[in-house]
Write a protein that binds this ligand. Sequence first.
Ligand code: MV4
Length: 500
Amino acid sequence: MFRKILIANRGEIAIRIMRACEERGLATAAVFSDADRTALHVRYASEAYHIGPSKPSESYLNMDRIIEVAKKCGADAIHPGYGFLSENAEFAQRVLDAGLTFIGPPPEAIRLLGDKVQARRTMMAAGVPVVPGTEAGVGDAEAIDAAKDIGFPVMVKAAAGGGGKGMRLVSDPKELPRAIAAARREAMGAFGDDTIYLEKVIPNARHIEVQILADSHGNVIHLGERECSIQRRHQKMIEESPSPVVTPEMRQRMGEVAVRAVKAAGYVNAGTVEFLVDPDMNFYFLEVNTRLQVEHPVTEMVTGVDIVKEQLSIASGRTLRFAQEDIQMRGWAIEARITAEDPYNNFLPSGGRIEYLSLPTGPGVRVESGIYEGFEVSLFYDPLLAKLIVWGESRAGAILRMRRALREFRISGISTSIPFHQRVMDSARFQGGHFDTTFLERFSMGGGGSPENERIAALAAAMLADRESKGRVTLKPPGSGEGRGMSLWKQAALLGGLRR
Ligand code: MV4
């Protein structure tokens, strides 16, 4: 087993990984950028090292600096978390070349599965159902013919892409050449590789993924599925396990296919096989995520397996301690991603100081958080502040608990996605489990602004009406002398307070 793990990440996932390490008696080393000098993960670790300026390319993506710190501090392994370098085959290789253990898959598996065309080819050869489409990257002329064979609408995808980057849906054949050119440009810019391929569009698809654990001795098991269809611009917002539409029989079939898929790719460690599921419950391989995922806790809550601890065991060469028949799912788990975004303002990022913070707790509630009262949320990084995960005996119970926990979750000083999650939990379509990846396209936050602003507006209106009717003092616009420079909201709230 290891002595010390360096966590090459930040925020909630860095702390989550440190918790597993600490419970395994392992020392932990954190790394931090300028903007994260006072971050919670820095306080939590046994030791912490500055790795550079706030810009990710100069800190959390700086491979040499991270490996240098790992060697200097005596770490014998590096856990990459998710995002940043977690799916970078070159980084994984450099970690191994430095004589350290990379807590994740082998570099060649990352490389193979990171090339979506190679991945599709590997899956076809393994008899894994893939979305109908081209077997290789296509040239412009070839693409026109291929699209006719596949049938419109088609999805143009970047071989080096994933997560929706460089993807375009084309319904009109006349639009295809332009869409291909745009996809190639975007792919070249983002990945340095403009290979594109085509797939038939799976309409009204659900995004359902299967968690895999594979050791280095050929043992592979799955831990059931996660429903991840509630996405906004390819960002998952709410995840749950099990899926409302997957039956035990379908779960077994998807699990077997997922195990076959990762075996075919020579995969080791934790990974996730993503599927698209059409309205007839046919499922198609989409891609493999070669990393620990944000939403892994919902699987942990229903199976009782600590996935990060299993990653540590696998990386230290241990044989899986679970056989497939040992894995039982019990109850229902839902995760809400609490982000520093304003859902009333098109999810505009909202940085700033956290003035007040109160975390939910109580039966069946888990919070993975990277924030504290007084912390300055910067906009250098992903807006994820915390994950709220709940467990219930049933889906309805989990939804009720999520609503209760969201009500307890108080963050002031910045806008957050909490009101968005409250509204989703209240929606009949979500409660009924009848949704697909288009759910949020037709979802709105309702008429006015945030409940807070609506309350103050109502109060101000009542105050104004009341005072007008009695000829008594009225609220003055700020800066008019009598208004003592206060905003109308503040005056209304103050007057409201006086009248209590
Ligand atoms: C698709 C698809 C439908 N048909 N491919 C989205 C990102 C990446 N995981 C692949 N994704 C999709 N690929 C075919 N052939 C639907 C998705 C998809 C999606 C597409 C648009 C908007 C939101 C989406 C959420 C999940 C999956």
